[in-house]
Design a protein around this ligand. Sequence first.
Ligand code: CP
Length: 305
Amino acid sequence: MARDIISLRDLSDEDIEWIVRRGAEIATNRRTWGEPLRDKVIGIYFSKTSTRTRTAFTTGALRLGARVITYGPGDLQLNTGESLEDTARVLGDMLDGLVVRTAGPVAEMRTLAEHCGSVVNAMSEDEHPTQALADLTTLRQRFGEIAGLRVLYVGEGNNTAAALALALPRFEGVSLELRTPKGYGLAPEVLAEARTLADTYGSTVEERHHMDSLPRAMDVVYTTRWQTTGTSKSDPNWRQAFEPFRVDADVVGNYPKAVVMHDLPAHRGEEITAEVLDGPSSIAFEQARNKLYSAMAALEWCHGR
Ligand code: CP
């Protein structure tokens, strides 16, 4: 039985818990995985740049015993006008699973999933679910429990923010505070969904478009690049809106016990200062490392574990 990871909306609490627990288990006890994907052929199709996610899923699939075909931005006949449906039909007949990054909406992944055995969304325009799964794995490792954590997210309400907003409130008592520039916040429907989840699980989600009166105590300060991969901003003066949203020593100084997270790649001096990213509270590279273990857990889950 093959399964998809297209949106966190599709995963049950038990599914998320399994992937996060298994990712943390692999990260802690390396070499515990065997070759559950032996005899599988996994396609890795990235139409947009990637360092971490593409390497994590490629290495992860190979370590789990699969054989891998990779397609970069210039490789598929999609570039010459073949439809996504036709592409999906052909790939679905030949591959056991597909890991995909596009600049398009989640709906594109669903079209691929109609024909392919298993599709993993390795980042779409509107959601980055495997980033959130890897981040939950890091939080589980770091804090033991995700329930009750207080997370301050600073930056664009992009696909990483959307995934976090759809995941974190599902852990009881989580407080998610977002500080996003005006005009660059979470999509209204995602914020509404996150608040509904928060009501269900006894969590809270707040979004504000200024950096005044930051919340008093936080366990995590999370930020992300201002120029999200695969996107551009129509306003040539967009940086003015983002300037106040830099994570620097003043911001993290409010939370001496908090860890700093960043999904990377980072642009030191823009969304975060070098002092903070390379400082003692930063766990950004631990996050990046965990993307491999989380990808392995995700692939195991997709292919029947
Ligand atoms: N965080 C993240 O998705 O990194 P890459 O773009 O390098 O895959």
